[in-house]
Design a protein. Structure first.
Lengths: 231, 231
């Protein structure tokens, strides 16, 4: 039987856009905030850069593999729930019929209108399971190639986002002199990313740009304050 | 009108568990991996600790605020889509009727069975919008207090997870001597967290524990390798 039609989404660039957003939001924020924080405690750009790059490696792998495992676990979850629904329809058909009826009754159908729908499902159990997966559990059949793509997109976006605000530390040996340039790169990149994200998802680019930039600034300020405090 | 019944989820501890998992997965992995990476390049625990704490501050705020904004944007998205469905039902009722019919036809209902459903929706537009939100778009009405809770849970879990593997650097001045203890704390915490996560979600605790521990180890090894390379 064919897949059910995908849930339509009015504003969306699909899962890849979502994965880029997940990876880049943190990638643009955390390594920059870490580098800014360390600049409060360490004078040599080389050490700040070492920490920043180690963070990018750790963060992109942790987030990328995390995305891979989450997608795999979604797929396992779907398969397990499907098996369970298949069993329930055979073992507890009365309970499952009552669940279908409750769904339609909620939307105002009378029992007389619901009866032929139930009859129809009893004749086609595959259709019934399919219906329960989506209408009772709200689950969509996962795309089998999703997990690998999610890992690469999230991890790659984190790394790309993380490199941008670290670049000035490559070129300026004194970390304190590099920090303003790093902050400038970070703010510009956060603003542009927030704008693009807002365009793609909510249709409110300015608000999204300001939000994203603010999160980066608050995280960097907190990291800076904490690093000064303990050093 | 009452909210539609929530999508039932067979295995679930709800949104709070999900938020703890989001925050703690990265919190247990990234600060540890960063500290391990820096230990390849820096001998003083104090500096490693400074970097680790700055990372925890940056990471927990970036992820917490990110979770806050994501929840807020889900709520905005829901409201915008609802408005759009309300307009479409008034302005393009034929197209919307065709969409409802297509959904039910997919599950094997005949046009004669679909007709009373359509009639019923025409008499109750609120119910119709509700149905479209959930079954055409796959959206659930968001909980208005979710955004603040998401921020605190994700950020807090990140910080708690991050502190555990850093603890040995508090007590052992030589970073190279602290690293094995930090790794031990990290592996034990990752394993326990993965086990609990597996119990709560997939019902396969051992697999989840091994996955989670492996992600942490790979991220730490990559951060270590990169830090040695550039220092």
């Amino acid at each position: 039987m064919s897949n059910p039609p995908h849930f339509e989404r009015h504003f969306s660039g699909g899962e890849t856009v979502r994965d880029v957003v997940i990876g880049m939001s943190d990638g643009l924020t955390v390594p920059f905030a870490l580098a800014a924080g360390l600049t409060g405690a360490i004078a040599a750009s080389r050490l700040v850069l070492t920490a920043g790059l180690a963070e990018i490696a750790a963060g992109s792998i942790a987030m990328g593999l995390g995305g891979y495992l989450a997608a795999r676990s979604d797929a396992d979850h779907y398969a397990a729930e499907q098996k369970r629904e298949e069993e329930e329809i055979v073992e507890k058909p009365h309970a499952e019929r009552a669940e279908v009826a409750a769904i339609f009754r909620h939307y105002g159908l009378t029992d007389a209108q619901i009866a032929p729908i139930l009859e129809n499902f009893e004749k086609n159990e595959e259709s019934w399971v399919d219906f329960m997966m989506r209408f009772e559990l709200g689950l969509e059949r996962p795309d089998p190639s999703r997990s690998r793509r999610a890992a690469l997109t999230i991890g790659g976006a984190y790394a790309v986002g993380g490199i941008v605000p670290l670049a000035p530390y490559f070129f300026i040996a004194d970390a304190r002199a590099a920090l303003p340039w790093s902050a400038l790169c970070a703010v510009a990149a956060l603003f542009a990313f927030g704008w693009a994200k807002g365009k793609a998802t909510s249709g409110r680019p300015l608000r999204s740009a300001l939000h994203t930039t603010l999160v980066g600034a608050i995280a960097a300020a907190a990291a800076y304050g904490l690093a000064r405090l303990v050093s």
